[in-house]
Design a protein around this ligand. Structure first.
Ligand code: CP
Length: 333
């Protein structure tokens, strides 16, 4: 099978932030993701940039189900060997410099993904790495999740990837977490109208908000932060939420919930969105807290497609990063 998607030239070396990709590059990755998904359903794996196999180092400082699974399966389906590393039990966990780790990994692997805490450490890894580095979640951003979410929106809405610009996308809940930040940034790159509904006490990162505004000015999208849940979802095509207790906040769980209760995805809240609005949740979810079970398990849920699309979106991203590195500006041509 020959790919019909032609990825943009000048693809970035690494993928650390949602706005590392231009609108055109993001759209190309999403189109390739949809194409790879269809091929896989037909039993085909047309892209094999890790054939050899070449090894991908998948580093995790935090728990993960979906990210670990999707990168492992994805690397294998691209012809490579996924080497899962519990970073906390590696020398990184004992304080070996990130830069030294990057140099050692670069000599033996073709690709590095890292889930960690401080975004600056991921940037340090990328700066010292000779091979592509991919953000598998930091405290600041979760850009691979947003690629999967955008693919899901494109699949469910008429017009596909071309219809992403202009989509009204509401995120409700904790505005001060990596998902809110990445929805702002990645949604703005896609040309969507992103509205974050969150209490005044839980605002998105101000630098990210500024960068998202800059991205939206280029794509015709918009970003806003409001503090009324009904206002946030009014007329929304898509409503997304996330856990109110992010990784590392478990000890504060009880005290964190109260301010977010009005922002829960319930039938009352969804009455203000468009009648055919889809619901997204990156998972893990807490039924009866941030989301009513009917929106997770009901027929209108897009959540399970969203979880599957982590695989396809990340495969497409890795193809783009690896083929660009090989100097192949138009993979599949
Ligand atoms: N959504 C997400 O990143 O899931 P995991 O934490 O299970 O990887």
């Amino acid at each position: 099978m020959t790919s019909t998607t032609h990825l943009s030239q000048d693809f970035p070396r690494h993928f650390l932030r949602d706005d590392d990709l231009t609108q055109a590059q993001q759209a190309d990755v999403l189109r390739l993701a949809i194409e790879l998904k269809a091929a896989r359903t037909a039993g085909l794996h047309p892209k094999r940039p890790l054939e050899g196999p070449k090894t991908a180092a998948l580093l995790f400082d935090k728990p993960s189900t979906r990210t670990r699974l999707s990168f492992s399966v994805g690397v294998a389906e691209l012809g490579g060997f996924p080497l899962l590393i519990d970073a906390s039990t590696s020398q990184l966990g004992r304080g070996e410099p990130v830069e030294d780790t990057a140099r050692v990994l670069s000599r033996q692997v073709a690709l590095i993904t890292w889930r960690t805490f401080e975004h600056a450490k991921l940037e340090a890894m990328a700066a010292a790495s000779d091979v592509p580095v991919v953000n598998a979640l930091t405290d600041l951003l979760h850009p691979c999740q947003i690629l999967a979410d955008l693919q899901t929106v494109a699949e469910h809405r008429p017009g596909g990837v071309d219809a992403l610009p202009g989509t009204v996308f509401a995120y409700v809940g904790d505005g001060n977490n990596n998902m809110a930040n990445s929805y702002l940034l990645g949604g703005a790159v896609a040309g969507m109208h992103v509205v974050v509904g969150t209490p005044e006490t839980h605002l998105p990162d101000p630098g990210i908000l500024e960068d998202a505004r800059r991205a939206a000015a280029l794509t015709g999208g918009s970003v806003s932060v409001v503090h009324d849940a009904a206002e946030a979802v009014a007329g929304a095509d898509v409503v997304a939420t996330d856990t109110w207790v992010s990784m590392g906040q478990e000890a504060e769980a009880a005290s964190r919930e109260t301010p977010f209760v009005p922002f829960a995805v319930t039938p009352e809240l969804m009455a203000g969105a468009k009648p055919d609005a889809g619901v997204l949740h990156c998972l893990p979810a807490y039924r009866g807290k941030e989301i009513d079970a009917s929106y997770l398990d009901g027929p209108g849920s897009w959540v399970w497609d969203e979880a599957e699309n982590r695989l396809h979106a990340q495969k497409a991203l890795l193809v783009a990063l690896l083929e660009a590195r090989e100097g192949l500006p138009f993979p599949g041509a």
